[in-house]
Design a protein around this ligand. Structure first.
Ligand code: OGA
Ligand code: MN
Length: 303
């Protein structure tokens, strides 16, 4: 396959005047986030112009939806590699084995293949940005819908630029210089998931990120929060928790959200640097399968 691995995004960004719409058919899905890219078969290697247009569209719309794709796991990995280095996972499958590079978001019990609501399926249903418990968190996540419930099981995306912009001048000022501790351990606790093992805690010690994040490509500010946060640095625990809850509640209001209703064959990619996301349990998890193939691209240290 003639895929070219890891094209250089920074080079692409230097040519940001490029009009994505002259190389791609784009259908905007909402004003806050989300656009469909039409008439493209991601099994085929994409031309440099198309790649650049995809990056440009991602920066503008934050969530891109490619419908009716037919991708093997191998081809999804090759497709993903074009956008950067694939991330490893600290998460373990119920049998104790580490998630593979390409892993599956599913509500099926791996042993029986039967839908389950067990704790390991919970993690994705709380607002978060992927791998913010890493010193260098994710740039992009790609999910490919293999099987979806007849209705529901949506994924919600919250535009955190809009959340930041909606703060008053004094609220913004109060957050300047504020940092948050993110950790795998806190994430497990916050979501009622299987607690972090000692090995996982050693692998992923807590990290500190700014609460106001500047997007490395667009220079726009956003709020960088979510369920992987343990506490805000230098603020007493109860107050920190209260402030985090308030910030999250005000950020994740309807007008800041794009709701993606999955269709089988959708490939969705999103920008973790300026969005929070979560799954919606608005389907019968114990009756219907929801299977999404997932690849994640490493980003840069938040500043
Ligand atoms: C993820 C994620 C949400 C969902 O894969 O990173 O958070 O809707 N998924 O399953
Ligand atoms: Mn996620």
């Amino acid at each position: 396959m003639a895929y070219s691995s890891s094209r250089h995004q920074s080079e692409v960004m230097k040519r940001r005047d490029l009009k994505a719409s002259s190389f791609l058919k784009i259908n905007k899905l909402s004003d806050i986030a989300g656009a469909e890219i039409i008439d493209i078969d991601l099994r085929e290697p994409i031309k440099l112009e198309t790649y650049e247009a995809i990056i440009s569209a991602l920066l503008e719309h934050h969530v891109l939806v490619f419908r009716n794709q037919k991708l093997s796991k191998e081809v999804q990995v090759e497709f993903t590699k074009q956008f950067g280095e694939l991330e490893e996972h600290v998460g373990r499958l119920p049998d104790g084995n580490r998630y593979p590079l390409m892993h599956t978001v599913t509500n099926l019990d791996p042993a029986t293949g039967i839908p389950t609501t067990a704790p390991h399926t919970h993690g994705n249903y709380f607002w978060h940005t992927d791998k913010s418990y890493h010193a260098v968190p994710s740039l992009m996540t790609i999910l490919f819908a293999v099987d979806v419930p007849p209705t529901g099981g949506d994924t919600l995306f919250c535009n955190m630029h809009a959340a930041y912009d909606a703060l008053s001048k004094s609220e913004k000022e109060a957050l300047i210089g504020l940092k948050a501790v993110h950790s795998w351990e806190a994430s497990r606790l916050n979501t009622g998931n299987i607690p972090a093992s000692e090995e996982q805690k050693r692998e992923r010690p807590p990290v500190i990120h700014p609460v106001i994040r500047t997007h490395p490509e667009t220079n726009k500010k956003s709020l960088y929060l979510g369920m992987h946060v343990d506490h805000l640095c230098g603020i007493p625990t109860i107050e920190s928790r209260r402030l985090l809850e308030t910030l999250l509640e005000n950020a994740t209001v309807e007008r800041n959200i794009y709701r993606h209703s999955w269709q089988k064959g959708d490939l969705v990619m999103w920008d973790n640097r300026c969005l929070l996301h979560r799954g919606d349990r608005n389907y019968d998890m114990s009756a219907h399968a929801r299977i999404l193939h997932r690849t994640v691209v490493k980003g840069s240290k938040p500043i």
